[in-house]
Design a protein around this ligand. Sequence first.
Ligand SMILES: O=C(C[C@H]1NCCC[C@H]1O)Cn1cnc2c(c1=O)CCCC2
Ligand SMILES: [Mg+2]
Length: 485
Amino acid sequence: GLGLSYKKDENFGEWYSEVVVSGEMIEYYDISGCYILRPWAMSIWEILQTFFDAEIKKMKIKNSYFPLFVSPAVLQKEKDHVEGFAPEVAWVTKSGESDLEVPIAIRPTSETVMYPYFSKWIRGHRDLPLRLNQWCNVVRWEFSNPTPFIRSREFLWQEGHTAFATKEEADEEVLDILELYRRIYEEFLAVPVSKGKKSELEKFAGGLYTTTVEAFIPNTGRGIQGATSHCLGQNFAKMFEINFENEKGEKAMVWQNSWAYTTRTIGVMIMTHGDDKGLVLPPKVATTQVVVIPVPYKDANTQGIYDACAATVKSLNESGIRAEADFRDNYSPGWKYSHWEMKGVPLRIEIGPKDLANNQVRAVRRDNGAKTDIPVANLVEQVKGVLDSIQQNLFETAKQKREACIQVVKTWDEFTEALNQKKLILAPWCDEEDVEKDVKTRTKGEMGAAKTLCSPFDQPELPEGTLCFASGKPAKKWTYWGRSY
Ligand SMILES: O=C(C[C@H]1NCCC[C@H]1O)Cn1cnc2c(c1=O)CCCC2
Ligand SMILES: [Mg+2]
């Protein structure tokens, strides 16, 4: 079909909206902020889910499923976190023609759904740790510009909710889960992220502290929260009376965590790797890693070419590579090349009369267009090698692009300059909330204000006497700042 009508570097927003549809990942829906996830997207979600589900099962975390509906009394129990978000909560008020006695909320997250039962189930220290996860959808009636995968009114996620006898156990799990989120981004989606801690202002208000993996979109110069792992402390235990009798027979409150990643992961991957020919899928998450295309020439042994394509797919599939052939005879090879490039298939294999005669195939990489002839004899191991190098190349390229955007600043003027140049800013900060609020106020505008993205665990050296870029007070830590999604 036709190529994209927008260029990534010229009209990023329009390019993105078009590429998710042209790549057959998304179909727009008649309710604003809601999108259809087509198989080309769903299969990526399933690949990530398979990895993450297996990993949490190794950690003895069990899947469960709690109701979609939340009673208002329970939802309002956690005051400060719901108050801030109240406009985002969607409510069921009718069934058929009749009004419900009491409106029922649709879960925007499940702390208040689950924790009354945590309170019921946790009695003694032998009931701990209690570690549950659920794979589900949540609804948040957002009003800021809806964007497929990135910000939608309904999205898929996993939400983990765990309870421990000690803070040490909770602290450890927070970081174990955060490492899984880093692996999802860096090892599967080939997207570089920074692990760090959210500021008091940006953290989950209901919790004790929030850790995050932060990504960055060079085209828009915006940071984006990739996934979060919160330590809730004993805040929810106090509210929901989640106590246990410890080994000394004393009544104690549990220490809790909650953590999530969402279908936003797919959008970040698309924004990072996509180009003007369409999607570019990292092999690890590509639904189809290799597409095999017959290139018949007049009547030169067409059947032989088709058989070679089928044999190629067969031997690739048998070695665990996700391959498929495109035998449709109502499309030309050229049309098929553009079609599968639009869908982002990492490697294309062409087989024409010459390839057949030389007992080889022509492999074309989606990431850099490189063409190589591969003898059929060592097809599998060479294809595996090329797929690995595509995965690595996508990650390295994204890492270099991201690093080129990082700007270290020491003064306010350098900060505002870097902001206007769409940089990911690394600045020394006094860690005072009023200063953070002041930066937000001073940078307000139609592009959105600058905010802290995270304070990276991996802190550069902070020389004695370094001053905060915004307040001039003694700096306490290096922090990433920028505009965000
Ligand atoms: O959802 C969380 C915290 C936590 N929820 C569970 C998974 C991890 C983490 O996201 C924060 N949060 C965000 N958004 C909303 C709420 C909310 O609590 C509640 C009201 C509606 C909007
Ligand atoms: Mg929100």
